[in-house]
Design a protein. Sequence first.
Length: 452
Amino acid sequence: MKRLILIVAAGLLSMGSAFAQDDASSMADLLKQIERGQARDSQEAREREARFAAQKSEQQNLVNQARAERTRQERNSERLEQLFETNQAQIVAARTALDERLGALKELFGVLQTVSGDATGRFKESLTNIQYPDRGEFLTELGSKMAGASELASIEDIEKLWFELQREISESGRIVKFAHDVTLANGEIVKTDIVRVGVFNIVHEGGFLKYDSTTSSVSELQRQPEQSRYTNSTSDMVEATSGPVRFAVDVTRGGILALLVETPTLMEQVDAGGIVGYSILALGVIGLLMAVWRWIGLSNASRKVAAQLKSDSANTDNPLGRVLAAYESNRNADTETIELKLSEAALKEMPGLTKGLLFIKVISVVAPLMGLLGTVTGMIKTFQVITLYGAGDPKMMAGGISQALVTTVEGLVVAIPMVLIHTLVSGQSRKIINIIHSQSAGIVAQHSEKHG
């Protein structure tokens, strides 16, 4: 039935196409065209059926081949699984036999593997690696050989490992001078003489050097320690040919040296205080100059007053002499007048003896307050940084904290000496004032006895 429907449909399509291409002139022509179309359609249908039958047979052959291949692969898989189990059993037996044969040597090879691994890391970071860079390849090969268990270490490998360990121990106590490429702080690479001090430091004539194990390069520190006793010792070490040399050895292999390099200089610490810090220091300098000036003036006055005490005549070049001169000019007056005249003369000397002392005292009080101001501003800056960037990076907060601490220190550094200096200068002033008062009281008493 399906075949008949297909033939009729094909005939109708052929008729449609024939009518479209060529109009029949009569009914007979139309019947002939339909017969030719049916014959052609029948031929095409038979050809399609033949092709379908051929392809169906071919597809069946492919299915049969795939099933055969699957069966073959399943058998091969079973065979490989059996072979794997057999090999696994042989490996276990071989390892058991190997362990039995190794006996105590197994522990030896385990220790050997551990030592070679540790030595690889230590030698890579050691300064001796500058002179012996090839030993790393041997240790790496030995470690991989022992880790993979592909083969056992030979006697020659064990002896060579022992030799490298002994050489490292020996080199750690030697001071060696040799030529090597050095990257200077400005980026220039020069070949110069360097000195390796054991496994602790490497130096050249210009200062301390550092070794980068990742690039196997030697470079100059971007910043040398500020203390000249450290930098001067490096040139002495390079120039020395024999005998003892005074040298600062960093036994931490760069730790202490890094701290010395990162320690800020005095000017850097002052700069960290900012405007408040500079103001405190300027105030301290002014107070110190004022204190020195008053100390010199009061010391000179004290020396002249001491000389006046030994003299019978009044000398107007000192405070006591001017007070005595006031008495000499009013010697014939009554006791009350003499007392008033001496008090007046003593009061005239007071401003000159106490001049500048109050300013020094004010500085000793204001300096720590300014330090406190710097502390507050530094902490405000720190909290602003925390607000913007968070507290994850301490370096971001270092500026504000440095200002807070440095200004506090500067305030105390200025205030403490000012308090001591004010005490000394004011003590010198009070000493002269006490002498004037005591001499004035003695003169009044003596005059009262004479004219009483």
